[in-house]
Design a protein around this ligand. Structure first.
Ligand code: ARG
Length: 277
């Protein structure tokens, strides 16, 4: 099962690299084309609102995006800010449902989707992905004394579990095909990761499939509930920013910024600030 998933993900990654390979951004000519930030930035870049890089995210995903008071903070916000700075754009972050992010990017309402989003084949049919900036691992959260003690228990013959996931995520997609469609249980999906964890706490679901870092953060935030994360991993994935297929120049510009931010250690510094392992 895991091998199968790994293969799918490897294919997805290859496809994403191919998709991000080469598009020709017109050379900056200073001709004042739409989207250039006043007095700065790359005049060839077009964004939804002139001078602004609008980012759609779903902010119940610590440490990638979460609320600190009224402000959305986290790894993705800082990386997007660093990219926006390089491109001479002002960053604007909007919190929407996770499964609305790709449609919002496709229709050009938002310039990028940055949400700990995994590169997959299906999504590559809808949007471009930038180069990857981080790795995610799908893990399984269980309650104290759960009968589920390893990922394999979910696939065991005769298994019948209720699995919680966030709507539209890879966890939801895997659980639907590997568990629900395989007759091994039922998938319940929630708009927010925090709702899925609440459902686990009050017994509505038997486990939650979620990305490793948010899983750790949410288990820690609910310390009184004694939740734990199974040792075995469900799948390993790559995170990247989603960009409209109609805006190849933006994907290219972001990749250029990302390369510099990875090379000069900025991305690692941001990751280390939020993840201590
Ligand atoms: N990595 C998973 C996916 O792409 C989950 C991402 C959820 N992100 C979020 N900000 N809620 O499907």
């Amino acid at each position: 099962m895991k091998k199968f998933l790994t293969l799918i993900l490897a294919l997805a990654l290859t496809a994403s690299l191919a998709a991000c390979g080469s598009s020709n951004a017109p050379a900056s000519s200073g001709s004042g084309s739409a989207g250039s930030a006043a007095g700065s930035g790359d005049a060839s870049l077009t964004t939804a609102v002139d001078g602004v890089l609008s980012m759609a995210t779903e902010a119940t995903f610590p440490p990638y995006e979460y609320y600190d008071g009224d402000t959305i903070v986290g790894i993705d916000v800082e990386i997007a800010q660093a990219i926006a700075d390089k491109l001479g754009l002002k960053l604007e972050v909007t919190d929407i449902a996770f499964d609305s992010i790709i449609p919002g990017v496709q229709t050009g309402k938002y310039d990028i989707g940055l949400a700990g989003m995994t590169v997959t084949d299906e999504r590559l049919e809808q949007v471009n992905f930038t180069d990857s900036y981080a790795t995610g691992i799908q893990v399984v959260i269980v309650s104290p004394n759960s009968s589920i003690t390893s990922v394999d228990d979910l696939f065991a013959e005769g298994a019948s579990h209720v699995v919680g996931t966030q709507t539209g995520t890879t966890g939801f997609i895997y659980a639907t095909s590997d568990i629900q469609d395989a007759g091994l249980g039922e998938v319940k999906s929630f708009a927010k990761t925090t709702d899925a964890v609440e459902a686990l706490k009050n017994g509505q679901v038997d486990c939650v499939i979620l990305d490793n870092q948010p899983a750790q953060a949410l288990v820690a935030a609910n310390a009184d509930a004694g939740l734990s994360i199974l040792d075995t991993e469900y799948a390993v994935e790559d995170y990247a920013a989603a960009v409209s297929k109609d805006n190849a120049a933006l994907t290219e510009a972001i990749n250029g910024s990302l390369k510099e931010l990875i090379a000069d250690g900025t991305v690692q510094t941001i990751l280390d600030k939020y993840i201590s392992e």
